[in-house]
Write a protein that binds this ligand. Structure first.
Ligand code: NAD
Length: 477
């Protein structure tokens, strides 16, 4: 499949690769700063019309968007897999999760109404949620459709107009999403897509007409965007990276837990901000560690799992494994030996890797690897496990595997992360519950979906009213 997209003239043309095969699957023209600013200007021009429409009218576009995406699901999933490398089943699952946000945005008329109260005799207060103006959304490579759909339907549904900047690795799905929005009835300039990397982001952040920025990506970049944009008095929510811990207690269901743990760290080749990264095996967990390793060995790259996004990512993940081995970790399952599937010789392949006897000081225990690597730290007690989890600078997700409600509760209450699983290794809150981490996994306030997102993409107007009878009252009074 080859897609050619040329939204603007005079910009540099970049190839989009399939990381599974190295094959070129499309091109995009990176936007110059002038073109990014022109997109913002166009979105500003569309703002009075779009924001002036009643929310019920805007919600109709989201109803239709859901229908368009669902009827194009196969095609969109193929495109998403072609540029990201993940399996088509993984693309489909991610897109359908994104569609839940579209559904949520379609119900905005039920969610966005303000409050009203008579605060003293004859005096009433009410609130109205106003949009902010032109917003920007900036997204990472790992979910080419789902993460843009965390922001686009809600930012637009709340009445903002939007300039979206997808990851330079996966721009094609984002362009397709915009086409679907137009098909659903969105006015063309209400959502514009620009392409590129750092320069495009900096141009958006610096443009005075951009009032709010939603960002999802690594903590390093999230912090840069957050600091600069807040210094310009913009509203920013920047979700960052993650290092998710799973606590495995000896009473956990061995078969179901092992399966779930392996799904968590190998799904999307470990390139999920909700993926398991550290397994804290409490007490005599030897049998379960072996079961995890056994199941991980059966995951076949090319059949069950895609590649990582780039040669650079592959090099980085391999270096982490090399370092852990040099530091004394035991390599139970070695993804470096997996090799590419047939036809994937030019792709970026690595298999599931399980490292045992990792210690909390090792880099694999502390830093985000963003690949299919599970580091097992053996601990003696639940409290020791919690101390390791709580020491992490991240705070996206954590989970516990047990059949003991009391200990599950102890973990729920003590984890220093925002999204918590009990016997679920990828505890993504489903709509209407909101998504977002804490610590260095989030810069800014609130969540990116759910009620927090409505708060983020709007500002409140507070109206206090008193009406007195007219002095010159006539028959109309
Ligand atoms: P990234 O930070 O490299 O890129 C994210 C976005 O920022 C892209 O659009 C990119 O073009 C832009 N960018 C890159 N460098 C920049 C710079 N110096 N200045 C300004 N903009 C820049 O992230 P990625 O590699 O695309 O995605 C993987 C990361 O995203 C992981 O850390 C992962 O944990 C994180 N992630 C987090 C969540 C979450 O919900 N917390 C969800 C998905 C991914």
């Amino acid at each position: 499949m080859t897609t050619h997209i040329s939204e603007q003239a005079q910009s540099t043309r970049h190839e989009v690769f399939n990381p599974a095969s190295g094959e070129v699957v499309g091109h995009v023209d990176w936007s110059t700063p002038e073109q990014v600013n022109a997109a913002v200007e166009a979105a500003a021009g569309a703002y009075p019309d779009w924001s002036g429409r009643p929310v019920k009218e805007r919600a109709q576009v989201m109803f239709r968007l859901k229908q368009v995406i669902e009827s194009s699901l196969d095609e969109l999933s193929e495109l998403c897999s072609a540029e990201n490398g993940k399996t088509v089943a993984e693309s489909k699952a991610g897109i359908l999760k994104g569609v839940e946000v579209v559904e949520y945005a379609a119900s905005l008329p039920q969610l966005i109404a303000g409050q009203y109260l008579e605060v003293s005799r004859g005096v009433s207060c009410r609130t109205v949620r106003d949009p902010l103006g032109v917003a920007a959304s900036i997204t990472p490579f790992n979910f080419p459709v789902m993460v843009p759909l965390w922001m686009i339907p809600l930012a637009l549904g709340c009445g903002n107009t939007l300039v979206h900047k997808p990851s330079e690795h996966v721009p094609l799905s984002a362009v397709r999403l915009r086409e679907y929005l137009l098909e659903a009835g969105l006015p063309g300039d209400a959502c514009r897509v620009v392409h590129g990397g750092r320069q495009a982001v900096e141009t958006l952040v610096e443009n005075p007409a951009v009032r709010a920025i939603g960002f999802v990506g690594s903590s390093r970049v999230a912090e840069i965007v957050y600091r600069r944009a807040t210094s310009l008095n913009k509203r920013v929510l920047a979700l960052g990276g993650a290092k998710n811990h799973l606590v495995l207690l000896p009473d956990a269901d061995p078969e179901a837990s092992a399966r779930n743990i392996v799904d968590s760290f190998t799904g999307c080749c470990g390139q999920r901000c909700m993926a398991a990264s550290v397994l804290l095996a409490v007490g005599g967990a030897q049998e379960m560690i072996s079961a995890v390793a056994e199941k991980a060995r059966r995951i076949l790259p090319g059949r069950d799992m895609g590649p990582v996004i780039s040669a650079e990512a592959l090099k980085k993940i391999t270096a982490y494994i090399d370092q852990a081995q040099a530091d004394g970790a035991e390599v139970l399952v070695d993804g470096r030996e997996a090799g590419p599937p047939a036809g994937g010789e030019k792709g970026f392949w690595i298999g599931p890797t399980v490292l045992d006897r990792v210690t909390p000081e090792m880099s694999v225990a502390r830093e985000e690897i963003f690949g299919p690597v599970l580091s097992v730290i053996r601990v003696s007690t639940v409290e020791e496990a919690l101390a390791v989890e709580r020491a992490s600078e991240y705070g996206n997700a954590a989970a516990v595997y047990t059949q003991n409600g009391f200990l599950a509760r102890r973990c729920i209450d003590s984890f220093n992360s925002s999204m918590i699983g009990v016997n679920i290794g990828v505890p993504v809150p489903r709509e209407p519950f909101s998504f977002g981490g804490r610590n260095r996994s989030r810069f800014g306030y609130g969540d990116i979906t759910g009620a927090g997102a409505i708060e983020f993409w709007t500002q409140t107007r507070k109206i206090t009213e008193r009406w007195s009878p007219r002095k010159d009252a006539d028959w109309m009074s």
